[in-house]
Design a binder for this molecule. Structure first.
Ligand SMILES: O=C(O)CCC(=O)C(=O)O
Ligand SMILES: [Fe+2]
Length: 319
């Protein structure tokens, strides 16, 4: 097991559905990623004032749902203004971080399998004043499966949110509630019956934990775990994050992105720098797979002329 995390982290993820690993990535590993964010989201500016911050002297709140004096958050389109699917038009640093070998390893251990697939990866920049980023507690399963989460977490999936800037409470850290505190299955019943159940939201607030941490911090959670985005209130603050979701290969119940649907994106950025194991996460057969023969090899090379296919060209030992 790599020294950036321990079996305790995996155990916590399995039991509680969520775990934070501060500085999973070290500064020197992610230095270029902030620059990549600036290329992908050019010219974005944070404001000195948070959106929807209470003005001096303002009493109460116009919104009907109140949580001990604070309004209940909401997921809105504005929160996703700077949200892009992989691959990105920038260096390989940001393009390959979602399939970093240690994330693959973490996902394999967590899902108790040797074979995982990536099914979602985005870069997400949030800027103070760009939106009110406060969300209500929710589970993500709604757009990861057409049914509901299993009690066997290995039949679900694992989501990583990685921060590439320092994230304090004023930089919109994700907040989450451990499975044991949210009474997971009963909580999900309430959530499915009434998404904005104020009493339920109030109960969850009592237990909320924060994923705040320095750049390189990793939050791993499951699709059945209550969590929410929080607002950025730091004057001129911003948060750069990447999402990366893995499932066990062959698990057709879980999905989000069909990679070929994004065929117009710069896939050569991935093909030219990824290892065969990283490409397998996107569904590219490994060297030696029966898919590869003289025809497929030569056509694939035409599609990605600078892809180093030497591993794929080696004679298959089993043939
Ligand atoms: O950005 C975050 O911290 C979490 C956002 C989130 O949970 C969501 O949009 O589903
Ligand atoms: Fe979410």
């Amino acid at each position: 097991m790599p020294d950036r995390y321990s079996s305790k982290h995996i155990e916590t993820w399995r039991q509680e559905g969520a775990v934070v690993v501060p500085e999973f990535f070290k500064e020197e590993e992610i230095r270029e990623i902030a620059t990549d964010f600036e290329e992908v989201f050019p010219g974005r500016k944070a404001e000195a004032e948070a959106m929807n911050k209470k003005k001096k002297g303002e009493v109460g709140n116009k919104l009907p749902l109140q949580l001990s004096g604070k309004k209940m958050g909401k997921t809105t389109m504005e929160q996703f203004r700077n949200f892009e699917n992989i691959p990105f038009d920038c260096s390989s640093a940001l393009n390959l971080i979602a399939v970093h070998p240690s994330l693959i390893e973490f996902a394999r251990s967590a899902l108790r399998t040797d074979d995982v697939r990536l099914y979602q990866a985005q870069a997400w920049a949030k800027f103070t004043g760009e939106a009110d980023f406060d969300q209500a507690f929710h589970c993500d399963f709604g757009n990861h499966t057409l049914t509901v989460p299993s009690k066997d977490e290995c039949l679900n999936s694992i989501t990583f949110i990685i921060y590439f800037t320092d994230v304090s409470e004023a930089h919109g850290p994700t907040h989450y509630v451990k499975r044991s505190d949210s009474k997971s299955f009963d909580g999900m019943k309430r959530f499915l019956k009434h998404r904005e159940d104020l009493e339920h939201q109030k109960e969850l607030r009592k237990f909320e934990c924060s994923a705040a941490g320095p750049a390189g911090t990793l939050l791993a959670y499951g699709i059945d775990v209550f969590h929410r985005g929080t607002n950025l209130t730091e004057p001129l603050g911003y948060r750069y994050a990447v999402t990366s979701c893995f499932k066990k290969a062959g698990n057709d119940a879980i999905g989000y992105t069909a990679w070929p649907w994004h065929f117009n994106k710069p896939w050569h950025k991935i093909f030219e720098h990824a290892t065969p194991e990283q490409l397998l996460c996107f569904g590219v057969p490994l060297p030696g797979d029966p898919f590869w023969n003289e025809d497929t090899l030569s056509l694939a090379q035409l599609r990605y002329p600078k892809w180093n296919m030497s591993d794929y060209l080696k004679p298959n030992k089993s043939n």
